[in-house]
Design a protein around this ligand. Structure first.
Ligand code: SF4
Length: 406
């Protein structure tokens, strides 16, 4: 329990929705060939060198304390997400210190959803039990594939057997909410091979599955391999076929799609993800973390800002007692409005009445918005006052978002 104990008073004073905290833990045991998230790994020339986690935790605690001094952020927080990087590389003592600082600085709801991202190969039953004891109640596991050759291609550090054991260990330690990340459209992947991955996943009884298509990010080793034709990617049609089989298979297995890439058993949609997509406020900590906070029109402060993407620069700023912010932007009313629609379309749909109340715009009677057109082409449906995409619409979500005119 932090210093802001009277949550009802706070809610009444601020009359705003609950918010989220994100902590970026910038360490990995090894950099996967496709990844462009900011993280550092031991160098190939000095693989035995220890990751500087202790120093990082000191800076992170400092950042949390500095940020919490701002009155605006004294609101209840409903979710915490430890992402990265590989948060499971931190020791239990380091995590304990981070949580003590976090809950001493911000009011975290007693029933907050608290997620940690883990990679198989970096956790064991004892660590999982310690996570539970710290109050962590959700695990998001980077599995990517259950085929050994896929894992080797992606340069993951773990085997399929380790991934399966890791899920069992999480359940045995008392976790009731386990999410698996899987990746499709890997070179040469057939529909059968991808569906067998989904089957393997479902047999482990996860509550949530995230399925992402392999994206070639610039400046990654994978981008180089594609450029030099060592690797050929699947075609757009093949990618679409795999995506459609994902939606079909997971629906048959009892999962509800609540975002383009996210599927959950009823009641297990990630609150943290939903807060992002509902355009709720969130504070990000750690190198490269982003934050978003709604500000009123008279306020000069940025609505979105991001931290320095360098662990050295991050430490330098905090050693000077400065927040490690690299940049920020004020969002105009039009930008906010557009973002809100795009985020809603990617997830649970646009609440047409709510949108009209907030922005004074009736999206359905305005043909330029394109929403009616989407409905007539079976790309979207009007359901309970929300315009939500159908599986066909999800398939071309990016194109739809790019073509909408609000
Ligand atoms: S473990 Fe995750 S964060 Fe680390 S390099 Fe691989 S994909 Fe990126």
């Amino acid at each position: 329990m932090g210093p802001h104990r009277n949550v009802d008073t706070l809610r009444n004073q601020l009359s705003m929705s609950v918010s989220s905290l994100y902590l970026h833990i910038p360490f990995c045991e090894h950099k996967c060939i496709y990844c462009d998230f900011y993280s550092v790994a031991p160098s190939e020339t000095r693989p035995e060198a220890e990751l500087p986690t202790k120093r990082f935790v000191e800076s992170l605690k400092r950042e949390i304390e500095l940020r919490s001094r701002d009155e605006r952020f004294r609101v209840p927080y409903e979710t915490i997400f430890l992402g990265g990087g590989t948060p499971s590389l931190l020791s239990i003592q380091e995590l304990k210190e981070i949580f003590e600082t976090l809950t001493g600085s911000f009011f975290v709801e007693p029933d907050a959803e608290i997620t940690i991202e883990v990679n198989p190969g970096t956790v064991d039953p004892e660590k999982f039990r310690a996570y539970r004891a710290l109050g962590i109640n959700r695990v998001s596991m980077g599995v990517q594939s259950f085929h050994e050759d896929d894992l080797r291609f992606l340069t993951r550090i773990h085997s399929s057997t380790q991934a399966k054991q890791c899920v069992r260990d999480a359940y045995a330690a008392g976790f009731e909410n386990v999410s698996l990340d899987l990746m499709f459209s890997l070179p040469g992947q057939t529909r059968d091979r991808w569906v067998s991955n989904l089957k393997n996943a479902v047999e482990l009884h996860p509550t949530h599955v995230s399925c992402y298509s392999l994206i070639v990010e610039p400046h990654t080793p994978l981008a180089k391999m594609v450029e030099t034709r060592q690797v050929s990617l699947l075609s757009i049609d093949q990618d679409a076929e795999l995506y459609e089989s994902t939606i079909e298979f997971l629906a048959k297995s009892g999962f509800e799609q609540y975002e383009v890439s996210n599927f959950a058993r009823p009641g297990f949609a990630s609150k943290h993800n939903k807060n992002y997509w509902n355009h709720s406020n969130y504070l990000g900590f750690g190198p490269s973390a982003h934050s978003f906070w709604r500000v009123d029109e008279a306020d000069e402060s940025p609505g979105r800002w991001w931290n320095i993407s360098s662990i050295v620069g991050y430490h330098e700023a905090l050693d000077r007692d400065s927040l490690p912010v690299a940049g920020g932007e004020r969002l105009s009313r039009e930008q906010l409005l557009e973002e809100e629609i795009f985020l809603a379309l990617r997830s649970e749909g646009v609440d047409v009445g709510g949108f009209q109340r907030r922005y004074g715009k009736d999206l359905l009677s305005n043909p330029a918005s394109g929403l009616n057109d989407l409905i007539s082409r079976n790309m979207a449906v009007l359901d309970g006052g929300r315009v939500r995409l159908t599986p066909r619409g999800y398939l071309v979500c990016d194109e739809i978002c790019a073509s909408l005119r609000i």
